[in-house]
Design a protein around this ligand. Sequence first.
Ligand code: AMP
Length: 248
Amino acid sequence: MKVLVPVKRVLDYNVKPRVKADGTGVDLANVKMSMNPFDEIAVEEAIRLKDKGVTEIVAVSIGEQKSQETLRTALAMGADRAILVVSDEKVEPLGVAKLLKAIVEAEKPDLVILGKQAIDDDNNQTGQMLAGLLGVGQATFASKVDLTADSVTVTREVDGGSETEKLSLPAIITTDLRLNEPRYASLPNIMKAKSKPLDQKTPADYGVDVTPRLTTLKVVEPPKRTAGVKVADVDELVAKLKALGVAK
Ligand code: AMP
């Protein structure tokens, strides 16, 4: 059984984003970049499914040459081979989904496990678009995955509880935070990953037009938080809340 795991190179989650002076986007020059955290969870889940009949994990990234590093991390964690679709321009979720569709048609995986969202743009669109384009079932926000030979049972995080769904294969899953805790790659595995296969492609190889459909008009930083007020006791706090109309 084969699993495809799309992984995106994003600004590391510990780095505070700085908006470029001209307001066109986030400044990515000389900042730490890492694998999108939800994609680490996706790679980890694919590796754990090796006990349940998964024989090959293919990691895919769409982005600039430096995304090779992200793919090497996936290979060091335990993916078997990787595909980089090189694009120096940012590819929007629809373009990513179309490329992934073409890769799915070529690779014929039984399962595609994506992150629920990339933390750079917070789109939360790619998995859903891919399922729509392929016409296959999807289970988003997965917190538990059980795989059998011809189906996958996924528990999903929904408002106020969880929902369990059974999907026939092939299927698309997107990961939520509680699905697992991703492993760190060991040094020997980082060394081994250097010799695992990494194919390079372009959008044109798949016949996909990735011209942007969206124009970013303006990016601004969140407003600075104003200083809080210290109160002497609970009575003063309640009085202030009443004055604000927050308490009766
Ligand atoms: P998004 O819809 O942009 O929030 O991304 C959701 C998921 O789609 C991510 O967690 C990745 O698994 C996948 N994805 C999005 N963009 C890319 C990309 N450029 N390369 C590889 N995977 C991607």
